[in-house]
Design a protein around this ligand. Structure first.
Ligand SMILES: Cc1ncc(COP(=O)(O)O)c(C=O)c1O
Length: 402
């Protein structure tokens, strides 16, 4: 079995890399530099919404590159207006700030919440965050993240966070009752890095009601679970609610770095000129990628497609792993649409490399959870292929000694 490659002499070792380099891709497949093909059930960690080398995305981006890549936020950028309108119409919210990554979108959301508090006379605003949450690697977003491993070595953390467990309205109330400094509740509709843990629809509705009652901002990080991944534009829409602030990134640009913070009326006018900004945010190439991604998702009916293929993939996994589910080796298959987690009764990081060797790209999160976040263009036949490779690997892994 191959082992992780030694660290590069020049690239910082922030990632333990597996011994493969992608050369090129087509649809849901990529080829490595040796010519070996792989089925892509990772999509660059929920990024390549439209797969690789999409026949309508690529020419549009080529045309955009030849026209203008980057202009400047000192001037109007018409494509920002267009992408903002598309996001506002699909979210039921009102205004958008553009940036380039998920952590930047979350950083902007945290700043919005603090300023919302200051504007209301709260000098030391506090934000509710969640156990197992992941919001990014900047100092503020890693402080909001609920994973001590990610925080270790970067203390002192940013203050002003109250942490609660997911899906317990009692715990949320107990942690905040009588505290006048709370300004916002901030969470992922489906926790991604934390192990594919969905917020229950009833919980989302109860949090919405509490936010309304107590005038808190409801801020939902849809960086990983948004942009059609669950079969609706945004995962919280399954609960029929609308948040006040929604950070987006990953799948929004199908691989071109695009981040956004979408805000509703409560939060849309908090930032005034000079309060926030970023050089690359909203540049024409990024905006074109976002506009074309949304256009293609819609033209090709990819939301309904994601629901259908996601259901198919889940059922095929449940069928192929029926024995392991029955004997407790597979604890649960969680998630929605094409964001699925297979939670095993023992650590399974090694499966990432074993799958790679078998020609399948996937990832393992939270030590025990196999995460599948393929491109939304995945076909049912490709879903079956994922299961045919993965199920035997899981069954074999569960049989080997811990
Ligand atoms: C829910 C969530 N929020 C934020 C981030 C951070 O995004 P980025 O890596 O683009 O900074 C991630 C990345 O995995 C994420 O899953």
């Amino acid at each position: 079995m191959s082992v992780p490659t030694p660290a590069s002499p020049h690239v910082m070792t922030t990632y333990g890399r597996l011994p493969m380099a992608v050369s090129h891709g087509q649809g849901c497949r990529v080829w490595d530099t040796q010519g070996k093909p792989y089925l892509d059930a990772l999509a660059g960690i929920a990024v390549n919404t439209l797969g690789h080398n999409h026949p309508r995305l690529v020419p549009a981006l080529q045309e955009q590159v030849a026209k203008i890549i980057h202009s400047c936020n000192y001037y109007h950028v018409p494509l920002q207006e267009e992408l903002a309108r598309l996001l506002v119409e699909r979210s039921g919210m009102t205004n958008v700030f553009f940036c380039s990554t998920g952590l930047e979108a979350n950083e902007a959301a945290l700043k919005l919440a603090r300023k919302y508090g200051h504007d209301r006379g709260i000098a030391r605003p506090q934000i509710v965050v969640y156990e197992k949450a992941f919001h990014g690697r900047s100092i503020a977003t890693l402080s909001a993240t609920g994973n001590p491993k990610i925080q270790a070595g970067f203390e002192p953390l940013v203050e002003g966070f109250i942490r609660v467990p997911i899906n317990s309205i009692e715990a949320l109330k107990a942690a905040t009752d009588g505290n006048p400094d709370v300004v916002a509740v901030f969470f992922e509709a489906i926790q991604g890095e934390g192990g594919i843990h969905p917020m229950h629809q009833s919980y989302l509705r109860a949090v919405r009601a509490l936010c309304d009652e107590r005038q808190w901002l409801m801020m939902i990080d849809e960086v990983q679970c948004g942009m059609g991944r669950t079969g609706k534009w945004f995962a919280h829409q399954w609960a029929g609610i609308v948040p006040d602030v929604m950070p987006l990134a990953k799948g929004l640009g199908s691989g071109v770095p695009v981040g956004a913070v979408v805000a509703g009326p409560q939060a849309a006018h908090i930032f005034q000129p000079g309060n926030h900004g970023t050089t690359f945010g909203g540049n024409p190439l990024a905006m074109r990628a976002g506009v074309e991604t949304i256009r293609i998702i819609e033209e090709d009916g990819l939301l309904e497609h994601t629901q259908r293929v996601g259901q198919h993939l889940r059922q095929a996994l449940e069928q192929a792993l029926a024995a392991e589910i029955a004997n407790g080796g597979v604890r649960e298959i969680r998630g929605q649409g094409l964001m699925l987690g297979i939670d095993l009764a023992k650590p399974c990081g090694v499966l990432m490399q074993q799958a790679l060797e078998a020609g399948l790209l996937l990832s393992v999160t939270a030590d025990t959870v196999v995460r599948l976040v393929p491109p939304l263009i995945l076909t049912e036949a490709e879903a079956d292929e994922i299961v045919a490779i993965l199920a035997p690997l899981i069954a074999q892994h569960l049989k080997t000694a811990a």
